[in-house]
Every structure is written in structure tokens, then in C-alpha cells.
Design a protein around this ligand. Structure first.
Ligand code: NAD
Length: 362
């Protein structure tokens, strides 16, 4: 029997509640696909700080590093905001995990389940069946570039500085991920940058073009300016399949697209590095306003597990079945409060888990 080592880091707020439902889905996959998940649970974020004085300990990091995939809930909460040293805030644990594992490729699908098409701010026909994959560079660009800081100016006043910086190597490795993903989908990539006003964007466009010509000419590549990409996302989002972009534009574009699909509680993500374990987590945060009340939507976390099956565990069939079960669950009308609308059935976190289990077993 195949065995996979999985690290689960439920984290803070709603993290533990949603990860409990993920565990049930994992048990079903073990049974249905004759695999075994060797699971180790650990602490990350505020709960780790409370226990160990650190948002991520070396021990948890080494357990995570040695696993095949890491499933995380969420970190953070008002009890730590501004009350702990900046370097020890809950989010620092997550940033350290991403950095130590060199997770440079952030995959964020923006999918609209048919049953939720009416929950979008766009017209039903624009979003029904929407299925975009954002491939966002996560380890470089303006969020990390040097020099950075806030400085006093000699004549008085201050200046804030950030530097957008990309090397050819960084651009090529993320582009490769996008082209490889496109080959497994409908074979189309839009590369979004601002080559009209930024040298880093110009280099981005040149390197993507070179790599495409040399190794991926079977994939259809279009370059698009990031500002036009935003407009097109709200005008005709279904024209896109894979969108390749940098850290900053990826942050903005994927959030805009996420909102086309309904709720934050539905959106999974994966962060991949160079062959080490991937990190799979919902896009949403720890939702302290609803934590511990059986109100959280567990679907984003379950869909993140499906991504782990597909991208880290080579179990695409199991991923397909989990995703199909989510679609089926939504068709039965089960809705946590964040996606509830008139005429549907309001359920809690655990009952949504029940509904997903029923769909999986049927
Ligand atoms: P949030 O995503 O936690 O919540 C925003 C809103 O969406 C809230 O009203 C919340 O109730 C709702 N929501 C989020 N997830 C939901 C779900 N699964 N089901 C139903 N409703 C859901 O964002 P926030 O309120 O800005 O941040 C709260 C905390 O989470 C902060 O400490 C923040 O730093 C942290 N955070 C962590 C991550 C992460 O762990 N990756 C990401 C974003 C924010």
C-alpha cells in the first residue's frame, strides 16, 4: 500500500474546525484509493507562539520539510495583533515556512461552481463554468526587493522605498510552472506584466517569450498588460485559462478574480517549490469573528487538500472525485452562512462536512 507523509498545521481561529472536516475527507480517500496517510499535526501561528514563544518552531519546520505535503488552516487573530513582537506575530510563522521551503510558485484557481454562479457580483453567464488558474511568483519582486525602507530626506520630509526586482532565473522557473500547468489544462497562458512602463516587466516579457519559443511552442502564449488584464477579468473572465504573473500583480489579480467566484470560503491555494513538499491552504484567514461557532465554510480547505492530491501526491483521480463531491454537495443546496441564499439549506461547518461525506460515498 502506498503511504504518504502529511503534516497538518491547523493554526488559529477557524483553522482547527475546517481541518477536522478535511481529516474526514482524507480518511475517505485512504479507504477508497487504498493509500495510507501518515499524519503528523503541529502548531503554527498564534497557538504556537502561546505554547513555544515562536510562531513556527524548528522542530515543526523539520517535520514539515520531511513530509510529502503540508496542509494548513490559517493563522492570526486580534489577540496577537500589535501585542507580540513583530518578528513573532502569527503571520511570521507562515512567511518563514514559505521562505524556508522556497515555495516560489503560488497556484490559485478561481473556479465558479455552477450552483454558486448567482452568488457572483457578475452576471451568471459571465461566470458559470469559470475555471482560471493563477500562477503567481511568490518569492521575489517588490515585496522582497532591496533597497527598501522609509528614510528621512536631507531637506526634511521622508521617502518610502520598495524595489521591483526579478532575475531571469526567477522568471524562467515560474514561467515553466505556468506552461507545465497549461499543458495539463487547455493549453493557454496569458502572461501579465507592465512591460510598457517597467524594465522588470520588459525582462519578464522577453524571458517568457524565449522560454516559450525554446520549449513550449505547443502552448498558446499571449502577453497582456496587467491593467488590461484586470479589465478583461471583469469583462470576459472565461477567455482566460492560465494567468502567469509576478508577486505584486498576482496578489491583486487573483484577489479580483476570487471575488468573481462567490465567497472567500470557497478558494483553495497551493504553494510549490523545487521538488520539496507543497503547502496547501485556503486563501482566507483565520476568521476570528466566526471562530468556534460551527459557521466556517470548510470547502476551501477541502479543495486545498484536493490540490495536494493532484500536485504533491500524484493522485489526480482522487482529486477529481473530491472536487466532484463538492459540486454535488452544492447542488443539494447545502450552504454555510457565507454562501447561503434564499431557497438553499443553511448548514454549519460539521454538517457541510457530513454533506461532503455523503456526496463522496454516493
Ligand atoms: P479573513 O479571511 O479571516 O476573514 C474575512 C471575512 O471572511 C470574515 O468576515 C470572515 O468571517 C469571512 N471568512 C473567512 N473565511 C471564511 C470561511 N471559511 N467561511 C466563512 N466565512 C469566512 O480575513 P481577516 O478578517 O482580514 O483576517 C483575520 C485574521 O486572519 C488576521 O489575523 C489576518 O492576519 C489573518 N490572515 C491569515 C491568512 C493566512 O493564514 N493565510 C490569510 C489572511 C488573513
Amino acid at each position: 500500500m502506498t503511504s504518504h507523509k502529511i503534516t497538518i498545521l491547523p493554526g488559529d481561529g477557524i483553522g482547527p474546525e475546517i481541518m477536522r472536516e478535511v481529516r474526514r475527507v482524507m480518511n475517505w480517500v485512504e479507504y477508497a484509493f487504498d493509500v495510507s496517510f501518515n499524519v503528523t499535526e503541529g502548531l503554527i501561528g498564534g497557538c504556537s507562539y502561546e505554547e513555544h514563544g515562536e510562531p513556527l518552531t524548528d522542530n515543526t519546520l523539520s517535520i514539515a520539510r520531511a513530509s510529502d505535503a503540508i496542509l494548513m488552516g490559517a493563522v492570526g487573530g486580534p489577540q496577537w495583533d500589535g501585542k507580540v513582537e513583530y518578528a513573532k506575530r502569527p503571520e511570521a510563522g507562515l512567511l518563514r515556512l514559505r521562505k524556508e521551503l522556497d515555495l516560489f510558485a503560488n497556484l490559485r484557481p478561481a473556479m465558479c461552481f455552477d450552483a454558486l454562479a448567482d452568488a457572483s457580483s457578475l452576471k451568471h453567464e459571465l461566470v458559470a463554468g469559470l475555471d482560471i488558474l493563477f500562477v503567481r511568483e511568490l518569492a521575489g519582486g517588490v515585496y522582497f526587493g532591496e533597497p527598501r525602507g522609509i528614510e528621512d530626506l536631507p531637506g526634511g520630509g521622508r521617502v518610502g522605498i520598495n524595489t521591483q526586482r526579478y532575475t531571469d532565473v526567477e522568471i524562467i522557473r515560474i514561467s515553466r510552472v505556468a506552461f507545465d500547468m497549461a499543458r495539463k489544462r487547455s493549453g493557454r497562458v496569458h502572461s501579465a506584466e507592465k512591460s510598457n512602463v517597467m524594465e522588470s516587466g520588459l525582462l519578464w516579457r522577453e524571458e517568457v517569450t524565449k522560454l516559450h519559443a525554446a520549449e513550449y511552442s505547443d502552448v498558446a502564449l499571449e502577453h497582456i498588460l496587467a491593467d488590461n488584464c484586470v479589465m478583461q477579468l471583469v469583462k470576459a473572465p472565461k477567455q482566460f485559462d492560465v494567468i502567469l504573473t509576478d508577486n505584486l500583480f498576482g496578489d491583486l489579480l487573483s484577489d479580483a478574480a476570487a471575488m468573481l467566484t462567490g465567497s472567500l470560503g470557497m478558494l483553495p491555494s497551493a504553494s510549490l517549490g523545487n521538488g520539496g513538499p507543497g503547502l496547501y491552504e485556503p486563501v482566507h484567514g483565520s476568521a476570528p469573528d466566526i471562530a468556534g461557532q460551527n459557521l466556517a465554510n470548510p470547502i476551501a480547505a477541502v479543495l486545498s487538500f484536493a490540490m495536494a492530491l493532484r500536485y504533491s501526491l500524484d493522485m489526480g483521480d482522487a482529486a477529481d472525485q473530491v472536487e466532484a463531491a463538492i459540486a454535488k454537495t452544492l447542488e443539494t443546496g447545502a450552504r454555510t452562512p457565507d454562501i447561503w441564499s434564499e431557497g438553499t439549506r443553511r448548514v454549519g461547518t460539521h454538517e457541510m462536512g457530513d454533506a461532503i461525506m455523503t456526496a463522496l460515498k454516493s
